[in-house]
Design a protein around this ligand. Structure first.
Ligand SMILES: Cc1cc2nc3c(=O)[nH]c(=O)nc-3n(C[C@H](O)[C@H](O)[C@H](O)COP(=O)(O)OP(=O)(O)OC[C@H]3O[C@@H](n4cnc5c(N)ncnc54)[C@H](O)[C@@H]3O)c2cc1C
Length: 348
C-alpha cells in the first residue's frame, strides 16, 4: 500500500511517522511552510471548546507520552483570569478531572524566581511544549518527502482515490491523506468534499537568546510566554492567543512585535530583550473551531485539519493510522474520533 500525505506540518509528519513505523510506504508532499513553524508549541487541555474537545485534548497529552521524546513536560502556570473567573476556571477544570493546583505568590516565586509573582496562579503540571519545526524534522527522518510541489487536486477512478494531481503530473497512491492546513479546502473541493474554515492569522515573536529565565509555559493576563532550550523566548503578539478571533492582521508585524516586546519586558525588567524574528501564519481552523479527522469523499481519502495541531498531532495519528490501514479502531478510539469526522460539513 502506498499512502500519499499532502502536508508536511506537524499533523502530516506525525501520521507519516506512525504509518512508516507500521511498515506502510508513505510519501509526504509539501508545498511550503504552513502554520507549524510559527506555532507556540504548547500542548494542553486547559483550553477547550466542549466536553468532547476536552477529552480529545487530554488524550492528546497521553498520546505524546506514548510516542515518547519530542515534548518537554515543563508544566504551565496560568493567571490569565483573575477574581471570580480564576476560581471558575480552577473549579471547572478540577471537575473535569484535570490536574490543577493553585499556587500562591510564595509558591510561584519558588517555581519561577525571575518572574514577578502574581497573587495566585493555576499550575497545570502535566502540560508541555514541543519545538514544532524540530519535531517535524525528527518525525520525518527516514520518510520519503517531495517538497516545493503544489497539489492541485485528488485523482479518482470511479469512486476510489488513485493519487494526487500536481502541476508536474499525477502521483499515484492507494490512499491519500489531506493534512494540508489552510490549503486543505481547495484540495478537498476537487472531489466535492466541503471543509469551511475560519480566517485566523497569528503572529509569533521570538527573542534573541537570553540566559534561562523561565521553566514553565506562562499564561499571563496580557501574554503567553515560554523559553526554548536555546534561550529564545517565544510569545504570540496577541494576548489570549488560543481564543484569538482576529480575522485579519492589518498592523505592521514589526510594530506588533515591538508592542508585545514591551509587555514581555515588563515581566522581565532586569533582562534586556530584543526580538529577532516575527512569524505570520494562518491557523487552520475548521468553521466550528473543532478538529476534522477521518475518511471523506471517495474511498481511500482522509482528512486531518485542525487548530491546536501541536496538542492533537499524536492522538490524530493514533486515530487515523488504523483507518488508513483498514484496521479496526478500539471502542474507546471510535468514541474519541466520532465527534470530529468530516461528515458534519457535508450537505448531501
Ligand atoms: C501563531 C500560532 C500559534 C499557535 N500556537 C499553538 C499552540 O501553542 N499549541 C497548539 O497545539 N497549536 C498551536 N497553533 C496551531 C498549530 O500550529 C496548527 O494547528 C498546526 O501547526 C497545524 O499543523 P498542520 O500540519 O495541520 O498544518 P500546517 O503546519 O499548516 O502545514 C500544512 C502543510 O500542507 C502543505 N500544503 C498546503 N497546501 C498544499 C498544496 N496544495 N500542495 C502541497 N502542499 C500543501 C504545506 O506546504 C504544509 O506543509 C498555533 C498556530 C499559530 C499560527
Amino acid at each position: 500500500m502506498h499512502v500519499v500525505i499532502i502536508g508536511g506540518g506537524i499533523i502530516g509528519a506525525t501520521l507519516a511517522h506512525r504509518l512508516g513505523e507500521a511498515g506502510v510506504r508513505v510519501t509526504v508532499i509539501e508545498g511550503g511552510p504552513g502554520a507549524t513553524p510559527a506555532s507556540f508549541g504548547w500542548i494542553n487541555a486547559s483550553f477547550y471548546l466542549n466536553d468532547d474537545h476536552f477529552v480529545l485534548r487530554s488524550a492528546g497529552l497521553d498520546a505524546w507520552k506514548r510516542l515518547g521524546g519530542h515534548v518537554t513536560w515543563s508544566g504551565c502556570l496560568c493567571w490569565e483570569e483573575t477574581g471570580d473567573a480564576f476560581d471558575a476556571q480552577r473549579d471547572r477544570l478540577s471537575t473535569m478531572g484535570y490536574n490543577v493546583e493553585e499556587v500562591d505568590a510564595q509558591g510561584f516565586a519558588a517555581l519561577e524566581p525571575n518572574i514577578k509573582a502574581p497573587e495566585r496562579a493555576l499550575r497545570f503540571a502535566q502540560e508541555g511544549v514541543a519545538a514544532p519545526a524540530q519535531v517535524v524534522e525528527a518525525l520525518l527522518s527516514g520518510v520519503r518527502r517531495i517538497t516545493g510541489v503544489h497539489v492541485k487536486g485528488i485523482a479518482t477512478s470511479g469512486d476510489t482515490v488513485t493519487g494526487v494531481e500536481t502541476a508536474q503530473g499525477l502521483i499515484p497512491a492507494d490512499r491519500v491523506v489531506v493534512a494540508a492546513g489552510t490549503g486543505s479546502p481547495s484540495i478537498l473541493s476537487t472531489v466535492g468534499v466541503e471543509l469551511p474554515m475560519l480566517e485566523r492569522p497569528g503572529l509569533m515573536l521570538r527573542t534573541a537568546p537570553v540566559r534561562p529565565l523561565m521553566q514553565h509555559i506562562l499564561v499571563t493576563p496580557g501574554q503567553e510566554v515560554r523559553q526554548d532550550a536555546q534561550g529564545h523566548i517565544w510569545a504570540p503578539t496577541a494576548a489570549n492567543h488560543q481564543s484569538d478571533d482576529t480575522e485579519e492582521i492589518t498592523t505592521r508585524p514589526d510594530l506588533l512585535a515591538d508592542a508585545a516586546l514591551v509587555r514581555l519586558q515588563s515581566m522581565l525588567p532586569d533582562h534586556p530583550l530584543v526580538w529577532d524574528r516575527v512569524m505570520l501564519a494562518a491557523r487552520p481552523v475548521p468553521q466550528d473551531g473543532l478538529p476534522v479527522i477521518g475518511a471523506c469523499g471517495p474511498a481511500g481519502l482522509f482528512a486531518a485539519v485542525m487548530h491546536s495541531g501541536v496538542t492533537l498531532a499524536a492522538i490524530t495519528a493514533e486515530l487515523l493510522a488504523p483507518q488508513v490501514m483498514n484496521a479496526t479502531l478500539s471502542n474507546a478510539q471510535s468514541a474519541l474520533a466520532a465527534p470530529f469526522t468530516p461528515d458534519r460539513f457535508q450537505s448531501g
